[in-house]
Design a protein around this ligand. Structure first.
Ligand code: GDP
Length: 455
């Protein structure tokens, strides 16, 4: 529910900084500005113009800060309501005091994401664009930022609107016949309906095909490093990170917990998880580490199976391969500086095999490239037209739209107009959930609760 009261929050991060911004949105924003802020020049605040002045406690006239203030009158503002921003000094005490003065004017502290929620509810942006705001803030790589910016510009929304357009066309034709129960669907109309629905299905399946890449771009790739003890997993992780984060020792079984580190490579965020070596052991702590590793295998987007190239393939290597059956595995043959004796038994299924020397770093860049290649082959993100799904919420909604249209196609054989219309409306509902045309308050609460306060 949207209550049109006036809200306020600190929009800059907590702590001390150069500038602290207090944002106010709602009908009372201009009044709040006139109470707490006195511009040096005469005439009060002018919409969309910055003014320099002082912030004072209206109760006693005491000066709290010197600040810049800007009023953005509705509808040309972030929320489409009147918005006031007070840019004061960025000390936490100053910011807290200014916020307290603003709240004392009778406005309410904003909920997380409430400014963006109002922008959505007032029709300035759709739900995909609102979520993109959050993605822009959370971006960890250039590719993720570019994707979020394009979604913020409405690239994905445009594709979803095309789907809606096709479905509405089909629905209009079907409903026209429902209004005239004596008429059967004519051949021409069946063809027109089928064309519209097929066009919608084609866009939906194109979009769904982009999800894996989009998710990887947005969330990054998670790569689990496994191998028998002493294969060189920790040395490899250190090389990948260019630091000594994992402990490297010549005693087998020293990495007993999972270590997670993220690097940015070729614009993608790659999260490496170094694990306990996989082998038979009676050491309880090490055993726990190995169990945790095996639990992580299904969660990883890719597994780097590290082998010691200077040793023969052994039972522990075989155990490792058994544990990885059916997974995306890239074989890393380490210690290429030593005489090589490793050979794999027949039937090993690897996506790729890369030789490295973790100790010197030889081949590690090639390995990083091989990892990226598994997820990012199209290079499509570099094109201006790139549109992709990146959130599971969007994917799930589009999958259910596809299901409804499959039902529709069955129904079309039987020519049951009422059922056809229901299937189309359900598909429209599912598609509308993505852009926010059809979402419940509960879904909005869930989406916006993960925003920060002040956004
Ligand atoms: P982990 O148990 O799999 O994590 O293995 P470590 O990274 O702790 O390495 C085990 C041992 O192998 C250490 O003594 C490393 O110095 C050594 N090692 C790792 N990589 C290489 C390499 O490329 N060449 C050689 N010669 N030794 C290596």
């Amino acid at each position: 529910m949207y209550i049109r009261d006036t809200i306020a929050a600190v929009s800059t991060p907590p702590g001390n900084g150069g500038i602290g911004i207090i944002r106010v949105s709602g009908d009372q924003a201009a009044v709040v500005g006139s109470i707490v802020f006195t511009p040096v020049s005469d005439g009060g605040l002018v919409s969309h113009r910055f003014s320099f002045g002082t912030i004072r406690d209206a109760a006693n006239g005491v000066k709290v800060d010197e600040a810049m203030a800007v009023l953005m009158c509705s509808p040309r503002s972030y929320t489409r309501e009147d918005v006031l921003e007070l840019h004061c000094h960025g000390g936490w005490l100053v910011v807290e005091r200014v916020l307290a003065l603003v709240l004392a004017c009778g406005v309410r502290l904003a909920e997380p994401g409430e400014f963006t929620r109002r922008a959505f509810l007032n029709g300035r942006i759709d739900l995909i664009q609102a979520e993109a705001v959050m993605d822009i803030i959370a971006s960890k790589s250039d590719a993720a930022l570019q994707l979020a910016l394009r979604q913020g510009e409405g690239a994905l929304s445009g594709r979803i609107d095309e789907v809606r357009g096709h479905l509405l066309q089909a629905l209009a034709l079907v409903e026209a016949y429902i209004d005239f129960p004596d008429d059967d669907l004519g051949h021409t109309d069946v063809a027109a309906i089928t064309t519209s629905v097929e066009s919608a299905q084609a866009i939906l399946s194109d979009l769904l095909a982009t999800f894996e890449e989009g998710r990887i771009i947005r969330d990054g790739i998670s790569v689990l490093i496994v191998g028998k003890p002493n294969a060189g997993k920790s040395s490899l992780l250190n090389r990948l990170l260019n630091e000594n984060r994992a402990i490297v020792t010549p005693i087998p079984g020293t990495t007993r917990d999972i270590i997670e580190e993220t690097i940015i490579f070729e614009g993608l965020s790659i999260r490496f998880l170094d694990s306990a070596g996989i082998r038979h052991t009676k050491d309880l702590v090490e055993l726990e580490g190995i169990n945790r590793t095996l639990e992580k295998v299904p969660l990883a987007d890719l597994v780097l199976a590290v082998f010691d190239g200077s040793r023969r393939f052994c039972q522990e290597d075989q155990m490792l391969l058994d544990a990885l059956a059916g997974r995306k595995v890239l074989a890393v043959i380490n210690k290429s500086d030593l005489p090589q004796v490793l050979s794999f038994p027949d039937g090993c299924q690897f996506l790729d095999t890369v030789r490295i020397a973790a100790l010197s770093g030889d081949g590690v860049d090639l390995l990083k490239r091989a990892v990226c290649r598994q997820f990012h082959q199209s290079g499509a993100i570099d094109s201006r037209e790139y549109v992709s799904l990146s959130r599971a919420r969007h994917r799930d909604a589009l999958v259910s739209a596809v299901d409804c249209l499959r039902q529709f196609s069955f129904g079309l054989q039987e020519r049951n107009l009422e059922l056809l219309a229901i299937d189309l409306r359900d598909a429209l509902g599912a598609v509308g959930a993505v852009t926010g045309q059809s979402v419940t308050d509960e879904v909005l609460d869930l989406i916006f609760s993960s925003f920060c306060i002040g956004k």
